[in-house]
Design a protein around this ligand. Structure first.
Ligand SMILES: *Cc1c(COP(=O)(O)O)cnc(C)c1O
Length: 426
């Protein structure tokens, strides 16, 4: 299989090239050239489902996407190491389940994509002689997942830019605890400043002459492919247990998960509907209502990992469904404000993180029928928001406990690319 840019159908690359490049040279995003189909009744898939062997299930589904690429021989190994933590699908009442994506090392769904990306990059035989450097600007969860994955599986250095004093203490710990391989930069500025510095580096001759810079954000194909797996798995499992198909309600920001769910539906998995639950950032809701794509500055909310005014993966969704009317047959959008998020966290028996609360709100107040609510992070990561609302302490999972007890190191810099450069000159 080859992959093409969303902006130019003749701009075609291999899987390995798409992963190393991140963004296509024309500024578009990589998408599969065609969609494989699966025999869902096959003994093989059903057996994997019964055994709960997620790594083998993933291997069967991802095989066509890896065909004829130099990564193909490593796919089973990559899947085994990516999908090696639990993926519970918990029934909460007669019609709804919660799919918990937060049992990885940094307690958010981003662990799946970050681990898969790190393992792919570790195996790719590059012709590029320059040292690789992963550069990420993060507003919270991405940086932690990427740092943990590259630290576990590779020797590739990682540089993380994050806005000082603008992320939670536990999120900061997940960026700064990894030792010399992961350089965390506390930027005296905003997330937008961090993103601007990263963009400047990617375009700068100075950086390009010294490093093979690689982006680890959710535009990278290697983050999206494994995200299809848990939606495929959950939809089949729900169908098996309930003799009915369910829809997915997905807390959405940059729309990587939303894209992966649409892809899982496209290759034939029994997903009845897909709902994007956004926080107060309404770019996608506006598009559904006006058919106009008007990006806006992001607004800060309790669900900070979804504070995105220009969801970059929407370009892939638009590529798959150029006609809004077609997309609307399958997908719906809701925007959930902070007050509604807080209400869900205080009211529900189960403790939800602020992101997951947007999906629970939609399911409780906006829709009826059979649903899988996608839980994107563990509430313990957002203790300062959740604990005052539930009036008790959240138990800290072992993975987070380990990280909290480590020593933090970071470098404070002004929001100037020259300050980042002087660090790498040494
Ligand atoms: C990143 C993130 C989201 C948003 O996911 P997208 O794929 O960018 O839409 C939602 N919830 C949590 C906890 C996240 O970390």
């Amino acid at each position: 299989m080859k992959f093409r840019s969303t902006r130019n159908v003749s701009s075609i690359v291999s899987l390995s090239e798409a992963i190393e490049q991140g963004l296509a040279s024309d500024g578009g995003l990589f998408v599969p050239e065609f969609w494989p189909t699966f025999d869902l009744k096959s003994d093989l898939l059903n057996k994997k489902l019964d055994d709960l062997n997620l790594a083998e299930f993933a291997f069967e589904i991802l095989k066509p996407f890896f065909r004829n690429d130099s990564l193909e021989p490593f796919l089973m190994e990559i899947c085994s190491q990516t999908f090696n933590f639990p993926l519970p699908l918990k029934s909460i009442d007669a019609q709804a389940c919660v799919l918990e994506l937060f049992h990885g090392p940094t307690l958010a769904f981003k662990d799946f994509g970050a681990r898969f990306l790190a393992l792919c990059l570790e195996k790719i035989q590059t012709l590029n002689q320059k040292p690789k450097l992963i550069l990420v600007a993060t507003s919270g969860d991405t940086g932690g997942a990427v740092a943990a994955a590259f630290n576990e599986f590779t020797k590739i250095p990682v540089a993380i830019l994050y806005p000082q004093n603008k992320i939670s203490e536990r999120q900061e710990k997940q960026l700064t605890c990894w030792g010399p391989q992961v350089h965390a930069f506390a930027v005296k500025g905003t997330f937008d400043d961090c993103q601007k510095m990263a963009k400047e580096a990617f375009q700068s001759v100075w950086w390009k002459s010294r490093f093979q810079l690689i982006s680890a954000n959710s535009i990278n194909l290697a983050r999206l492919l494994p995200q299809m797996i848990y939606f495929a798995y959950a939809s089949l499992q729900y169908q098996k247990n309930n003799k009915k198909n369910a829809g997915l309600i997905i807390p959405s920001g940059n729309m990587g998960n939303a894209t992966a769910a649409l892809w899982a539906h496209k290759i034939g998995f029994p997903i009845e509907k897909i709902i994007f639950s956004h926080n107060a950032n309404q770019t996608v809701l506006d598009y559904f209502q006006t058919e106009k794509w008007n990006i806006r500055p992001s607004v800060s909310t309790l669900a900070n990992a979804m504070d995105v005014g220009n969801p970059s993966n929407f370009e892939r969704i638009h590529d798959l469904y150029p006609e809004l009317a077609e997309l609307k047959k399958l997908a719906e959008v809701y925007s959930v404000n902070d007050e509604q998020i807080s209400k869900i966290i205080s009211d529900e028996k189960t403790i939800f993180c602020p992101h997951t609360a947007t999906a629970v709100f939609v399911r409780n107040y906006k829709v009826s029928g059979n649903w899988i609510i996608v839980a994107t992070a563990h509430p313990a990561k957002f203790d300062t928001i959740v604990e005052p609302l539930i009036h008790k302490k959240i138990e800290i999972p072992g993975e987070l406990e380990k990280i909290i007890s480590k020593k933090s190191t970071f470098t404070e810099i002004n929001p100037l690319i020259s300050e980042l450069e002087s660090y790498f000159k040494e």
